[in-house]
Design a protein. Structure first.
Length: 123
């Protein structure tokens, strides 16, 4: 699977740690999340490497939701940028409907992306 790109506006704000929670994305399924997010007025959606990447500007959230072509389908990764202790952290929630091994890879890839961003911003 290929890495997901993040908008530069949010990269500039990234300074603190990321946490991950399984399951609770605020919607019943990744498909329900994508449908609801597409209907919101302040979101942009693009398709990239078998993922739908949704930028919810109002809630400072980046969603990555698999297309049917992705081996991790149905999966949604919600990353919310939260001001905390003078910095910004990423709260990551994942709902993965694929096999556990595939889901573990998805979570690890997003953790690595988050860690890489944090390291680049600290230099």
């Amino acid at each position: 699977m290929k890495k997901i790109a993040m908008p530069l506006v949010l990269l500039a704000a990234l300074m603190a740690s990321a946490s991950a929670t399984a399951g609770d994305i605020g919607y019943a399924s990744p498909e329900a999340a994508l449908t609801a997010l597409r209907a919101m007025p302040d979101t942009t959606v693009r398709e990239e490497n078998d993922w739908f990447v949704v930028h919810d500007k109002e809630n400072a959230t980046i969603w990555s939701i698999t297309s049917e072509k992705n081996p991790a389908h149905p999966t949604a990764v919600k990353r919310a940028f939260v001001a905390r202790d003078g910095g910004v952290s990423i709260e990551m929630n994942v709902m993965c409907g694929a096999q556990k091994e595939v889901c573990d890879v998805v979570v690890e890839q997003f953790r690595q992306i988050n860690d890489g961003l944090r390291q680049r911003m600290q230099h």
